[in-house]
Design a protein around this ligand. Structure first.
Ligand SMILES: CC(C)(COP(=O)(O)OP(=O)(O)OC[C@H]1O[C@@H](n2cnc3c(N)ncnc32)[C@H](O)[C@@H]1OP(=O)(O)O)[C@@H](O)C(=O)NCCC(=O)NCCS
Length: 188
């Protein structure tokens, strides 16, 4: 598959059927098809970055959203050095909701490429101080990946996921603080 000639773009109309199949392959949590239609046609608050071949084959996808102070899950703030609280309304976090790479293309740096872009976006967004996400305690590849990227891992959170087989699974939260360079741009 033409990874070298791939581009990165948001999801778009026409990607829906691929996304439904990929979500089925990638995630034990079952997402309704309506969700795939929504993120391809009316993304609204969701930010998507897909690595796509010239022929529009989706190779990898990251989906997340920016959240403001009170919307951010409190444990994420508690894991930061500054111990922000729900009262810090102007601090924003980027919450990664989904990340997946086609099986045959794993361990080639595609997920890392998407993560690097998200980090750059967050550095450029003045108030974004945090990236966070959850991963199943059983997802060894994801845990290793997030640790390699520099995320800090929480204690297990009980029964966060409901899987397609009706069972519940524990998860870790992963948090990365975004260091903002001090701003010298005040004009006196
Ligand atoms: C987790 C996932 C997104 C990683 O994607 P990827 O493109 O293979 O990851 P990368 O190639 O960018 O990996 C970067 C680094 O992370 C670590 N890593 C990634 N997958 C790993 C694995 N299976 N075992 C050990 N380390 C791994 C390695 O340090 C790797 O660097 P290296 O290959 O130079 O050693 C992919 O395995 C996947 O799609 N899994 C199914 C969906 C899923 O579980 N998503 C996460 C939900 S929270």
């Amino acid at each position: 598959m033409d990874v070298e000639e791939s581009i990165i773009r948001p999801l778009q109309r026409g990607d829906e059927e691929q996304i439904i199949k990929l979500f089925d392959e990638w995630f034990p949590v079952k997402y309704p098809p309506e969700f795939s239609y929504q993120i391809c046609r009316y993304p609204g608050k969701y930010q998507t970055k897909a690595i796509v071949t010239k022929g529009n084959k989706i190779l990898a996808l990251m989906l997340g959203q920016f959240e403001y102070g009170v919307q951010v899950e409190q444990p994420a703030w508690s894991m930061t050095k500054r111990k922000r609280g729900w009262g810090d309304h102007y601090d924003t976090a980027f919450h990664i909701l989904l990340l997946g790479v086609r099986k045959e293309l794993r361990r080639q740096g595609l997920a890392k490429k998407l993560m690097d872009l998200v980090i750059v976006d967050c550095i450029q967004q003045k108030n974004t101080v945090l990236i966070y996400l959850h991963a199943s305690v059983a997802n060894d590849a994801a845990i290793k990946f997030y640790k390699k990227c520099g995320f800090i891992q929480s204690h297990p959170i009980r029964a966060l996921y409901k899987f397609g087989n009706g069972r519940y699974g524990d998860a870790f939260m992963f948090v990365m603080e975004i260091d903002k360079p001090y701003s010298f741009c005040t004009v006196l």
